[in-house]
Write a protein that binds this ligand. Structure first.
Ligand SMILES: [Cu+2]
Length: 167
C-alpha cells in the first residue's frame, strides 16, 4: 500500500509540475519567454500566482520592471523564500534582473507573478492575458495557460486572502 501511495504521489507531482500542452513561447528582442502558466483558483479566491521562464539571449542584462493584466487590479513580481520553515514573500521592488545569457525561472517557491484583486478566479483551460514590461525589450504580451488547481501550498497564495486561518 505504501508503494502505491508513493507512486500516486509521484504521478501527482508529474501532473502538477509538468509542462502544460500548448505552452507558449514568445520572443521580443533578446528576451525569450516560455511556458507562462497559472493555476486555477478556488472560487472566491482573490489572489493567483503566475509562472514562466525568461531567457536573455543578448549580451546585456535586461530587467523585468512590470506586469499588467486586465484580469487583476494589480500584478506584481514577487519573491518567495523560506525562513525558519516559514514562507515569506515580498515584492521585487526595483524589477527583476535577467542577466545576459541566463534564464530566470518564475516558479512556485521562488520568483512568481502575483495577481491580486482578481475579479473572476482563473479557471482550468482558459488563458490569462498579461503584458510584461522589460527595460530594454519593451512590452511583451503573454498568455498564461491555466492548469488545474492543486492542494499543495507551495506557492503560498492559497492562504493569502486570510492569513489568520491556519493552513
Ligand atoms: Cu506572491
Amino acid at each position: 500500500m505504501k508503494k502505491l501511495t508513493a507512486l500516486l504521489a509521484i504521478l501527482f507531482l508529474a501532473v502538477t509540475f509538468g509542462v502544460p500542452a500548448g505552452a507558449q513561447t514568445v520572443t521580443a528582442g533578446d528576451i525569450e519567454i516560455s511556458n507562462p502558466h497559472a493555476r486555477a483558483m478556488v472560487p472566491g479566491a482573490k489572489v493567483g500566482g503566475g509562472y514562466l521562464s525568461i531567457t536573455n539571449k543578448g549580451k546585456a542584462d535586461d530587467k523585468l520592471v512590470g506586469i499588467i493584466s486586465t484580469r487583476a487590479k494589480s500584478s506584481e513580481i514577487h519573491q518567495m523564500s523560506v525562513n525558519n520553515g516559514f514562507m515569506t514573500m515580498r515584492a521585487v521592488a526595483d524589477g527583476l534582473v535577467i542577466p545576459a545569457g541566463q534564464t530566470i525561472e518564475l516558479k512556485p517557491g521562488g520568483y512568481h507573478v502575483m495577481f491580486t484583486d482578481v475579479a473572476e478566479p482563473f479557471k482550468q483551460g482558459e488563458t490569462v492575458k498579461a503584458t510584461l514590461t522589460f527595460e530594454k525589450a519593451g512590452q511583451v504580451d503573454v498568455e498564461f495557460a491555466v492548469s488545474g488547481a492543486n492542494a499543495m501550498k507551495m506557492d503560498g497564495h492559497s492562504g493569502m486572502s486570510d492569513m489568520s486561518k491556519p493552513q
